[in-house]
Write a protein that binds this ligand. Structure first.
Ligand code: HH2
Length: 266
């Protein structure tokens, strides 16, 4: 069964909900609503990776994340993931009850990251990104995007395991939209089986991303990208992805129920 990871943004500038959820009560209400809709995992993020987003200090991230993790933990045993590059934030989040470190830099932001992940013993999402968030969309280039992303993820999984992260704790993610043009995103989505074949569970984040508007100019604002998000997510499911990172949990759960029923009838 494919797992659904629901996004809970604690950033003032994340593209998809424009900071609507910054207030702690609103974030908790949103988190609980996503659990009720069937989310298996919540991904809490306090730092936007949007190009041009304001950098956030580790103490700001911790101040936003920890009270929310504690509040969710007070009522739910849902799996909690934190979307952060910083080892000290991951450490504080896991101490507060988080289960997974979702790192868009694949434990590459700080030299201490791999050893920290190993020590924490948490799940780790290793995501591919070309460049850095601020400039990554300026001029992304690849000879063979699928082979290069697969090779990068393979190397980062080796680095994580060499530092002591257990193999079964590692998930891989192609990083759709992170230093990639439309053609790169489409090539990755068309060949997700190559990443699945690396032997780790694959997490896919396509929800509300800009490539959908590149294919359909009517898909503006980001909230209007639900149908395109589902189409891309199901292409990933067909190739064997294990987790979908989504904003629209109820819609994704429904799509997966139908998809999985058809698969069983085959
Ligand atoms: N996408 C975003 C953030 N974190 N993590 C993983 N593992 N995979 C992704 O595809 C991914 C991610 C998108 O970033 P942001 O601009 O912050 O928007 P939002 O958090 O609303 O999705």
């Amino acid at each position: 069964m494919v797992k659904v990871m629901g996004v809970v943004n604690l950033t003032p500038d994340s593209f998809s909900d424009g900071g609507r959820l910054l207030a702690p009560e609103a974030a908790l209400a949103h988190a609980l609503a996503l659990i009720a809709q069937g989310a298996d995992i919540l991904d809490l993020g306090a730092e936007s990776t949007r190009p041009g987003a304001e950098p956030v200090t580790a103490s700001d991230e911790i101040a936003r994340l920890v009270p929310l993790i504690e509040a969710i933990r007070a009522t739910s045993s849902v799996t909690i993931s934190v979307d952060t590059m910083k080892p000290e934030v991951a450490r504080a989040a896991v101490a507060a009850g988080a289960d997974i470190w979702n790192d868009v830099t694949a434990l590459g932001f700080s030299g201490q990251a791999p050893a920290t992940a190993a020590k924490l013993g948490c799940g780790v999402v290793l995501m591919h990104m070309q460049g850095e968030p601020g400039t990554m969309q300026a001029d992304p280039r690849y000879e063979d995007v699928v082979a290069e992303v697969a090779a990068f993820l393979n190397v980062r999984s080796e680095v994580a395991m060499a530092a002591g992260v257990a193999r079964e704790k590692i998930w891989l993610d192609p990083g759709i939209g992170f230093g990639k043009r439309l053609e790169h995103n489409l090539a990755l989505l068309a060949h997700m089986d190559v990443l699945v074949a690396l032997g780790f569970p694959v997490l896919l984040g396509v929800s509300r991303k800009r490539f959908i508007a590149a294919l359909d100019p009517a898909a503006e604002p980001a909230e209007a990208r639900g149908p395109g998000s589902l189409a891309a997510a199901l292409a990933g499911v067909q190739a064997g992805v294990a987790v979908l990172r989504v904003h629209d949990v109820a819609e994704t759960v429904q799509a997966l129920k139908v998809w999985e029923a058809i698969s069983r009838a085959r």
